[in-house]
Design a protein around this ligand. Sequence first.
Ligand SMILES: [Mn+2]
Length: 334
Amino acid sequence: MSETTDIGATAIERVVGEIRSRERFILTAHEGPDGDALGSLLGMHHLLKQLGKDSVMFLASKEFPLPIEYRFLPLEEVFHEAPADMADRTAIFLDCGNIDRMPVDSLAAENVFTINIDHHHDNTLFGDVNLVEVDASSTAEIVYELSVLLGAGITPEMASALYVGLVTDTGKFMYENTNARTHRIAADLIEAGVQVDETYRRLYEHVPIEKLRLLSRALEGIQYHCDDQLVLAYIATADYEASGGSEEMTEGIIDHLRSVEGARVAALIRDLGDRGRAARKVSLRSSDGEVDVSAIARERGGGGHKRAAGFSTDLELEPLVSFLCGEVSRQLDP
Ligand SMILES: [Mn+2]
């Protein structure tokens, strides 16, 4: 614990205090980063720079190339190796429910002071200071709050990054986690310089034809399991070859699966090819909130939100589908 910690302060006040009193930071986000992970990472980086702090962003090189839709984000300055002065830096984990989802070995080795900023309900509170707001729509929203409390003006760069976190984690302001406050923050960000239509086009258009072909193959092969309550698609290595696409083009396919009438849980299973150690990745969505998919993901070392979660696995397809089916049935008919 830090000597600057004020025991009586709320978590957000403590984080504000730690940011004010510390000078050098290293920021990181969860593995397989999504729009909120990347948006809050970049937003926090600009916030710290605005405050005159020394900030570096870190993401493992296995995360690159990023999913197509996030490649427009200006992340050229991201480090893939821990900087030499690592031991003197304060680590800020963003949108990261547990430290296992971002195994930065050197962070543990150096015993670095860690600030954990997140909104996942199953966050393991692994930081020295934990700012976990489960009611926040996104981690980007918490970074926005911090910028207000720290008295930093919101630059167009910060606004654009945070807006990406808001838009992607709220399903374009349509999911259950969207409320009036989310829209008010979005309004502030727009006033600070977000180009709304341009952001939309960068995130959701500019789609390479290979990605649409991959989507088409996934939809063609939709399977129904557990009395049709589980809707599932599987993308095999052969599908990448046939479509000309790749694993980073699978982002968003799950949203089509969850929209199928009658689906309680949607699952997208895809082979990883040579990326990473596990053989395949699984994304899960709960359409009506009845099934807590983060509990299913945690069974296999993953995590997420009640309605959106994921994990990596070496399981073969058949036992994997049986596992998912068993978990869904168990939750729906305990
Ligand atoms: Mn998030």
